[in-house]
Structure formats: structure tokens, C-alpha cells
Design a protein around this ligand. Sequence first.
Ligand code: SF4
Length: 159
Amino acid sequence: MLKEILSNEVCAKCKICCTFDRYDVWETPLLTRVNVERIFSINPDIKFIKKDNSYSFKINELNDDELFYCPMLDHNKGCILGDEKPFDCRIWPYRIMNLNGKRVIAISPICKEVYNHPLGMLVDFLKNELLDKITTYANTFPEAVKPYDNLYPILYVED
Ligand code: SF4
């Protein structure tokens, strides 16, 4: 979904969005039933937690220097799921968040590649290509709206 601003080659080399420490473990993707069935068909040993209408990976408490690698990450090839990635992964580093009761769309500060583009272009891309899809997704899965983190620059505030 973000091919215009993030190339597959750059993402395949980086993989930072598929690796989580104890502070950004909340960034692990929300999984729909379809995602879970697909992941289960690849590896039936993976455990999930159900939350409202969706799921997330079951992750044990991490120590300070411990990392959680998404179980769908192949360290050589990237995401095993290909075009069947969870929605959160398809729109990352864009994130929908709740700031004082308002939904905002912000952008993760850790994706260096995306910051090679002017902020205005990232806002235009959001409005033209992503906004409707993100809004529909957040309406269907309100649990996808994460509490606002003030390290994330805000690109859009919902009316
Ligand atoms: S599902 Fe794929 S893209 Fe999403 S975090 Fe896991 S490996 Fe990365």
C-alpha cells in the first residue's frame, strides 16, 4: 500500500517494523480472524490473545534488552505473509491514535526511510491514498486506535 513512498527493497533490508522491544510491543500488529487463520496455517504453534474482535500475538513479558521478532518475519526474505500482511503492517509507519478523545493519524519516528520525503508529501499521500482505508479499518476495529504517543508527529486530526 505504501510502495510509492517505501520501496520493497528498502523494507526487506530494514525490518525494524517487525522487531519490538518492551517499549514498543504495543506496535505489534492487530490481527483479524483471516490473518490468524493464515498464520496458523503456516505455524500452528503460534499463540494469540483475543481482544474485542481481533487478536494479537501472545508475547511473554520482555526484559530491558530483549526483543520480540514477529513470528512471520523471515530474517532473509522479510515478511512471510507477503500481500496478506495485517492491515497495521500495510500502513506502517502511519498509525491511527487517540489524542484526548480525538482520532489522529501520526507517523512512527523510527522509520528512517519515510523521512526522506517532505512532510507535505507524506500528508498528501495519507489524504489521497490511505485516509479512507484507515478510517474504515478503525471503525471496524476500534481497538486498532492506540493511545497517542507524543514521539509520533501528527499528520491528520479527524474532525
Ligand atoms: S506480519 Fe509481517 S510485516 Fe507485520 S510485523 Fe510480522 S513480519 Fe512484519
